[in-house]
Design a protein around this ligand. Structure first.
Ligand code: IMP
Length: 185
């Protein structure tokens, strides 16, 4: 992957490296949008946005889509600080009508894949017509479980480092950065 440029001065103490800069993000999202069009242009898919991490990606992706779609928002929490807790808490599905809908899970990052597996199981149980995942990042890691569903659409693959920015946090901080950077522990 190309480097995203210099770490801006104000983030030098928290970010060691810019992995993906904002120009690259915008370019890749328009490519993903074109890819999604090929499959979903007539299906009125339901984008299920997994908060909080994917809020920025979902906003940019949705604005770039040139076909009808709807949005639903849920929260899924599996991390505390920079460590996975091994359990996933999902909230916000009470009012979602998933029966016969073509669901696109909009994720910020797939790491071990535990969250994604839980979401697939939940949506399949709710009668979705199809389920695919569109993830902003995929972490290349040996910690990935074998049983994790395929990620159909991925903006960027990144090395096994803890990253922040463009929606991703460390203890609720640094989500607002317009780039993806490696967190300085
Ligand atoms: P998984 O269940 O292990 O795939 O982890 C998925 C969730 O963990 C993501 O949706 C993020 O909220 C969080 N996460 C995993 N890796 C990172 C990271 O590098 N930075 C910030 N959050 C992360």
């Amino acid at each position: 992957m190309q480097s995203g440029g210099e770490v801006p001065m104000e983030w030098r103490y928290t970010v060691s490296e810019v992995l993906i800069g904002s120009n690259n993000i915008a370019k890749r999202i328009s490519e993903l949008s074109a890819q999604l069009y090929l499959h979903y242009s007539t299906l009125n898919p339901l984008l299920i946005v997994v908060l909080k991490g994917s809020f920025m990606f979902a906003a940019d992706l949705s604005r770039s889509l040139t076909f009808p779609h709807q949005l639903e928002f849920i929260t899924a929490k599996s991390y505390s600080g920079t460590e996975s807790t091994g359990t996933v808490q999902i909230q916000g599905l009470e009012n979602a009508q998933l029966s016969d809908r073509h669901v696109i899970i909009v994720e910020d990052i797939v790491d071990t894949g535990l969250t994604l597996s839980r979401l697939y199981d939940t949506f399949a149980g709710a009668g979705a017509a199809s389920i695919k995942c569109c993830s902003f990042l995929e972490k290349v890691t040996v910690r990935r479980k074998d049983s994790v569903p395929i990620i159909d659409y991925i903006a960027f693959r990144i090395p096994d480092k803890f990253v922040v920015g463009y929606g991703l946090d460390c203890d609720q901080k640094l989500r607002h950065l317009p780039f993806v950077g490696v967190f300085k522990k």
